[in-house]
Design a protein around this ligand. Sequence first.
Ligand code: ADE
Length: 265
Amino acid sequence: MAPHGEGSDASVEAMVAQVEKHPISSILIIIAMQTEALPVVNKFQLIENPHSSFPKGVPWIHYHGAYKDIIINLVWPGKDLTFGVDSVGTISASLVTYASIQALQPDLIINAGTAGGFKEKGAAIGDVFLVSHVAFHDRRIPIPVFDLYGVGLRQTYSTPNLLKALNLKTGKLSTGDSLDMSPHDEASITANDATVKDMEGAAVAYVAELLKVPAIFVKAVTDMVDGEKPTAEEFLQNLAAVTATLEEVVTQVIDFISGKCLPEL
Ligand code: ADE
């Protein structure tokens, strides 16, 4: 018998390799806003799971269904219990990602949603990005190494074949808990070399990495952060049209994934 450490390392690697050889059978889509989620729910005729294993009383909603050979789970953090609006931002995103992975054990996570884009970096309204890297722009900790922890730069799960097949744009995503952009945020976003800006991506990536689930990020641009129009106004103006585009691309992603193993993406 192999020495204990050696043997267990080898068997873990073998198990991972085995999992990677199987076609993807279960995905988890995390979407923060109801307006973004419902087109996908309707497209795949997902139904709400009234018996989700989420704690009693939380607003988190689990939709599920089958499409081709894939179990699709979609989790929306729901409406804030106090304020009645979508639970956007990194806190809710982290919590639902953690609870959903524990409950559903997905092969792959897709974090889909809207984002602000930088025209200077080649983004335009309605573009859909398959994100290459994520980082935070509002966690400034100017102490050696804590600074890097705060930024939390992570590479997303690499899907070169998916990127090529769908002909999507790619770029880096910067995440923070504000829709607007303060001068401090702007400096960090520039340092992060971001093309798109959202309020959840890097948080989902953190939890996915913690629990060792590959994650990809599909972000559709509703507003130009470096444009002339006020962000909130432009975001609301484009939300309906852009979420329709987002649904189309999420459908294309799922169609591409169907029947494939992770390394084939
Ligand atoms: N989602 C859509 N537009 C955004 C922006 N400008 N910043 C953060 N999240 C967004």
